[in-house]
Design a protein around this ligand. Sequence first.
Ligand code: FAD
Length: 392
Amino acid sequence: MNIFQNTEVAFKIKSNYDLKRALWLFRIISYGFIVRIGNKLIPAAIKIGFPIAWIVKPTVFKHFCGGENLNECKPVVEKLGTARVKSILDYSVEGGEDDAKIEVAFQETLKSIGFAGINPNIPFAVFKPTAFIRSYALEALSIGGVSDAETLNEGLKFRERVEALCKKASECNLPILIDAEDSFYQPFIDSVVMEMMSKFNRQRAIVFNTYQMYRWDRLGILKENFRHASENDFFLGAKFVRGAYMERERERARQRKYPDPIQPDKESTDRDYDEALKFSVENIDRISVFNGTHNEASSFFLMELMKQKGLKPDDSRIWFSQLYGMSDHISFNLALHGYNVAKYVPYGPVKHVLPYLLRRVEENSSVSGQTGRELAFIVKELKRRKQQKTSI
Ligand SMILES: Cc1cc2nc3c(=O)[nH]c(=O)nc-3n(C[C@H](O)[C@H](O)[C@H](O)COP(=O)(O)OP(=O)(O)OC[C@H]3O[C@@H](n4cnc5c(N)ncnc54)[C@H](O)[C@@H]3O)c2cc1C
């Protein structure tokens, strides 16, 4: 039986009111034109200082975010924990373009690591590397051959910040995930993260890099990183995702006339995703796996690989993860069957997490895709609850 079909388990911690609110929300965002208007109006409203938190906070924000600060996230973390679903608190502020913003994001991320370190329901810390460096410098350092002092200094400060975060995580014995970004930023991030792995992953995987399998070169990079880790005797932390920036990657490559970094089609992405999971489970003594996906087949596939290899569902080297507010049918059913599951729970001031929220809304705006699935599960559960009530 497909374990993900059990909606009673999936929505166990949701009240009827929660489910109806989610149903309303997903129905609204399934109207493409509302999303398109909102995507234009909301950033414009923020720019002119028009207050929008009163409408965003109790609706989209409440559904997809844990709160505006760490303390506000506590009830969410505890509630998920009652169903054996852990949380990863993600300070979702994007793009650090000035020193003051970078420092705020850095201090908050340090705080979130300390907060997670003493909470058994928070098994990982996480950060978005673009929060800690100006984009022009990250791009230039990724191309290579930089000689101007200012850009080199930016790179040095970035490296110091990343090292401080990894060190703090290591002191808390807490694995830390480093998100993947656009391909033109990734070479410098990858080189810094590999250096951190070789420093902090001597006993087990503390530092995790992210592999976006919609890129045709990532399977080769994974194997190359594995070889390097084996030769230098450290553990590889590998978070797998398909990748979030496909359209803009393709568009940029087309405009600037360089080879598209993205796979030719979805089948190729899926094939490499499976292959990366397979390779990692085969080499589980060296690679720890973090499976960040809403795809049922990828989740099943990893469960099968674990079975074949004779690994217990709660093997500490393998984690499954979905975003908060999405795909509860995967998270809660996996947790019930004993697998390690953690939700990415974004948090931060409403105004600052808006780019994250707009991305979630946009990705959920196609009825044929994610929203269709979410809606179908919510409707099925509400029906089940109604039938149960009438038969009592
Ligand atoms: C816990 C978690 C953490 C995440 N962290 C990151 C991160 O650090 N960086 C990041 O970039 N994303 C991240 N994501 C988002 C992720 O990359 C995907 O965008 C999202 O999860 C959808 O992919 P899927 O595997 O869930 O599902 P699916 O619905 O099976 O796959 C959709 C994905 O397939 C790929 N795809 C679709 N069409 C094509 C095509 N024509 N050709 C090639 N590929 C195609 C795209 O990547 C698309 O997003 C994260 C997601 C989760 C759940």
